[in-house]
Design a protein around this ligand. Structure first.
Ligand SMILES: Nc1nc2c(ncn2[C@@H]2O[C@H](COP(=O)(O)OP(=O)(O)OP(=O)(O)O)[C@@H](O)[C@H]2O)c(=O)[nH]1
Ligand SMILES: [Mg+2]
Length: 199
């Protein structure tokens, strides 16, 4: 049985003024296009069709909100790092993200999806800086772990932990396809969301 049996899609926002009421707690999921954000949300919530999984990277330019319980949300942020996106789209993305990170009081932490074959990039590091500058929590999922052998997976885990060593950032391997690391990620989500509603 899912830890979040009441999970459901709440709303999408293309602009900051479309964000749902800023109450309770929410966790943002961010990462490059195709890094596995939507798949990770589905695995953590244990609902395969909740967040849409796309084979066409860069399609989601919306902030998608999922409600796990009253005033408890997961937020699927639009991906970045997609080469063929026009400048005005990239600019809009940057503005939307900075506004979102700046205004959102209910934002308690960021789960950052990083494809384990690529490792942490400059844009990923910026996302971590933004959230840590606001004194919120951060946790990195090294996704698609099933694509790597044991030695390469251990190496990327070690390198990413080292890169995040200055800050209080959790780093773990994750594979939605083989189900590895899902419980660890669920524990982080449930811990960050667990304060009485209304706080
Ligand atoms: N092998 C493997 N593939 C995965 C895993 N997680 C996601 N994928 C694949 O990676 C692709 C992208 O996954 P999404 O979850 O749509 O990624 P996203 O970050 O939400 O992508 P955008 O919303 O387009 O930015 C899909 O083809 C998934 O099936 C995993 O754990 N293992
Ligand atoms: Mg997605």
């Amino acid at each position: 049985m899912s830890m979040f049996p009441q999970a459901k899609f709440l709303t999408s926002a293309a602009e900051v003024r479309q964000l749902p009421p800023d109450r309770g707690r929410e966790i943002a999921f961010a990462g490059r296009s195709n890094s596995g954000k939507s798949t990770a949300i589905n695995a953590i919530v244990e609902r395969s069709g909740l967040a849409r999984v796309s084979r066409t990277p860069g399609r989601t330019q919306l902030i998608n909100f999922f409600e796990l319980a009253p005033e408890r949300r997961l937020v699927d942020l639009p991906g970045y790092g997609f080469a063929r996106v026009p400048d005005h789209v990239r600019h809009h993305w940057l503005e939307l993200m900075q506004q979102y990170f700046n205004v959102r009081e209910s934002l308690v932490g960021l789960v950052l999806m990083v494809d384990s074959r690529r490792g942490l990039g400059a844009e990923d590091a910026s996302m971590l800086e933004w959230i840590l500058a606001r004194d919120r929590r951060a946790h990195v999922l090294l996704t698609k772990r099933d694509k790597l052998n044991r030695r390469d997976a251990d190496r990327v885990l070690k390198e990413t932990r080292l890169a995040c060593a200055d800050a209080d950032v959790g780093v773990q391997l994750f594979s939605a396809h083989e189900g590895s690391g899902v419980e660890e990620a669920q524990a982080v989500v449930s811990d960050w969301l667990s304060a009485a509603p209304g706080i």
